[in-house]
Design a protein around this ligand. Structure first.
Ligand code: ZN
Ligand code: ZN
Length: 96
């Protein structure tokens, strides 16, 4: 177990032509690992809707500064995350 992940990572590299934003490990489809997602709000909170496979993934931002989970807030197409440590960062911007 674990060998499959390495193979999948190399497959993903060839698909990255579509990626317009920088790769973000905390913003990716859990089904197909695509970063072609939009952030949406549903009854369980913010989630990522995948443009490639249609799957939904809970939005779980992680603070790069302290490693704590962040809470998402929305302003227009822009999503900001704030962690318990008081850090705020740009989580995602939905494509127009
Ligand atoms: Zn997907
Ligand atoms: Zn933090």
């Amino acid at each position: 177990m674990g060998n499959g992940d390495r193979q999948r990572a190399s497959v993903r590299t060839s698909q990255e032509r579509q990626a317009q934003a920088r790769p973000r490990p905390d913003v990716a489809c859990r089904t197909c690992a695509s970063a072609n997602v939009t952030v949406q709000f549903g009854k369980y909170g913010y989630y990522l809707n995948c443009g490639d496979c249609g799957g939904n993934t809970p939005a779980k931002p992680v603070c790069a500064a302290c490693g704590q989970p962040g809470k998402v807030s929305k302003r227009g197409p822009e999503f900001t995350a704030t962690c318990a440590g008081g850090h705020t960062w740009a989580y995602w911007t939905n494509p127009a």
